[in-house]
Design a protein around this ligand. Structure first.
Ligand code: GRF
Length: 194
């Protein structure tokens, strides 16, 4: 469990692999006076991730790890997180599945955002599956990470109506906008419940 955050902001690391729009919204949030987090370290498996522009622009230390040998990558990441006294990890479009051992080392301190109303539509291609199944609603979920994919305790969700003329991109964009609002709210909720 995360120990009391006290008057200081919690040192946080965000893990990304792609666009980083959630990273951008979390950076904006972290800069607010009332925010409980301070993003000190951005981790990626993809040196070409577009989201790295945001961490660089905001002078946040950023490091790329090759996941060719996942075990080695995780050992190096854990060491680096420890060095920087990171106490919370936010996964934001991080496309690698962390090992049980890694998750154990950060138990209760890893959160993820997923673009569906979990427990429905775990895994990839959520919007496509939602549209194909003619669902009336989809949405996004912020949850704690445990050893099963997209299955940890749900912190907060936001429902989004699926429109008749929705395609994958339209729905994904509408949900993404809600993700940017939901993720900071869920972090605040998680940390205020301690
Ligand atoms: C988001 O839809 C998030 O829910 C999912 O991956 C996407 C990442 O988008 N896990 P971005 O890189 O934050 O723009």
């Amino acid at each position: 469990m995360i120990k009391s955050i006290g008057p200081k902001k919690l040192k946080t690391s965000v893990f990304i692999s792609g666009n980083g729009s959630n990273l951008k919204s979390l950076i904006r949030f972290s800069k607010k006076r009332y925010s409980p987090i301070d993003i000190v370290f951005v981790v990626t498996n993809n040196k070409k991730a577009r989201g790295l522009l945001f961490s660089k622009k905001n002078n946040i230390e950023t490091k790329t790890y090759s996941f060719f040998k996942k075990k080695d990558a995780e050992i190096r990441i854990l060491k680096d997180l420890h060095k920087r006294k990171v106490n919370l990890i936010c996964l934001a479009g991080f496309m690698k599945i962390l090992s049980q051992n890694f998750i154990k080392r950060f138990k209760g301190k890893i959160v993820n955002i997923h673009p569906s109303l979990l427990p429905k539509y775990k895994g990839l291609n959520t919007h496509k599956r939602v549209i194909n199944n003619k669902e009336k609603y989809s949405g996004c979920t912020v949850h704690l990470v445990n050893s099963k994919l997209d299955s940890g305790k749900i912190i907060m969700q936001k429902k989004v109506k699926v429109r008749k003329n929705d395609n994958f991109t339209k729905l994904a964009n509408r949900i993404l906008k809600e993700e940017h609002i939901l993720y900071p709210k869920a972090i605040k909720k998680l940390l205020s419940n301690l």
